[in-house]
Design a protein around this ligand. Structure first.
Ligand SMILES: *Cc1c(COP(=O)(O)O)cnc(C)c1O
Length: 364
């Protein structure tokens, strides 16, 4: 039992108005929680997941391994998953780091390759989590607007001399891939680690995996949340040279992927890639048809190499609210540099895209 004195010396934080302000970490004051919509829509096209669902082999694997796996730790550093990912990516297992989503790999890479106070350079607009991961790790995000062609502005990005340079190709939310010339020039000239986030590489643009063995440190990140239909299992991965991967593994730590998630991911990678390839082909066909229909209705969608389309609109908040009332969830984006307001709309089975077009026609 604590003595009276000990209790008096350490008053409980609750009840003291300034308690948290005194002890919390400086620089976290205006970091907000991720604001994903809380209410799900009948048709949710807002978060770029696989709208056909999960690959059947993953569901079977999760079900059949659950009893034996839940009470035990998985094998540290998931060698079986790394082997399966390495075969899929065409690299050695020492060149793979998996994570609790690729978010985990991105976050760990920032801790591994930058010291508090260092700079993270990223294009604008790009993946909204990057400035957040930078700031929670004590780093300073510096956003450099895309060129008019929506490519990376190489000179301005290199001028930042950032400890970490982030590129996303195809880029979220524009859907455009970066040109290989721009990516290669950034790798040649960057002061520190270059991260190329390829969460949407299955849907178009070039794979930049070949660049991870450059003279300069490069990390390519990929995910099983989008094309592979496993967003709820939380499995992502990074590809890099063994020394880059070794540093990230130190930071990431063991046991980050649950045993059922590992089993589900391995099952798709080894038995069900054709399910993924077929869905990707449907996305590519429906993306072209959806973009054509939008253009016929007077919209100017940005040409996309991903499983979503960015559609510039006058007032994205008002329009997305109307779509929401009609049961269609899309991502409303405000005042994007060089683009303005826009809706980001995920691509899925055609009957969903038709419902979205019908709701847009009534709402616009
Ligand atoms: C969805 C997404 C991710 C991360 O997804 P995980 O589910 O954490 O793997 C990473 N980068 C971009 C650009 C994304 O859109």
């Amino acid at each position: 039992m604590p003595t009276r004195n000990a209790t008096a010396a350490t008053p409980p934080l609750a009840g003291r108005k300034d308690g948290i302000a005194v002890v919390r970490r400086a620089g976290y004051d205006d970091i907000a929680l991720y604001s994903a919509p809380q209410q799900r829509c009948a048709v949710d096209l807002s978060d770029n997941v696989n709208l056909w669902g999960a690959p059947p082999s993953a569901l079977v694997a999760v079900r059949t391994t659950i009893e034996e796996s839940v009470s035990r730790y998985p094998v540290a550093y998931e060698p079986a998953l790394r082997n399966a990912l390495a075969r899929h990516a065409g690299v050695a297992p020492e060149m793979i780091v998996a994570g609790c989503g690729s978010d985990d790999v991105l976050d760990s890479a920032m801790r591994a390759f930058a010291e508090p106070g260092d700079t993270v350079c990223l294009p604008a607009p790009s993946f909204s989590m990057i400035p957040v991961f930078a700031r929670v790790n004590g780093l300073v995000p510096v956003a450099v607007p895309l060129t008019l062609q929506l490519d990376a502005d190489v000179e301005r990005m290199l001028e930042t001399r950032a400890r970490i340079t982030y590129l996303c190709s195809p880029n979220n939310p524009t859907g455009q891939p970066f040109s290989p010339q721009a990516v290669e020039r950034i790798i040649d000239g960057a002061a520190g680690l270059v991260i190329i986030d390829q969460a949407y590489a299955e849907f178009g643009g070039e794979s930049f995996t070949r660049l991870v063995m450059s003279r300069r440190p490069v990390l390519v990140t990929r995910t099983m949340s989008k094309a592979f239909g496993l967003a709820g299992l939380r499995v992502g991965y990074g590809i890099g040279s063994p020394d880059v991967i070794g540093e990230i593994l130190k930071v990431r730590g063991p046991y980050r992927i649950s045993a059922p998630a590992e089993a589900g991911a391995i099952a798709v990678l080894t038995n069900d890639q054709s399910w993924v390839t077929e869905r990707v082909a449907e996305v590519v066909a429906n993306r072209a048809r959806f973009s054509r229909e939008l253009a016929l209705s007077g919209f100017s969608p940005v040409p996309s190499a991903a499983n979503f389309v960015l559609v510039p609109v006058e007032n994205s908040t008002a329009l997305s609210a109307k779509l929401h009332d009609a049961g269609i969830g899309v991502r409303a984006l405000r005042a994007l540099p060089g683009i303005g307001d826009a809706l980001r709309i995920g691509i899925g089975p055609w009957h969903l895209m038709q419902r979205c077009l019908d709701a847009l026609a009534r709402a616009a």
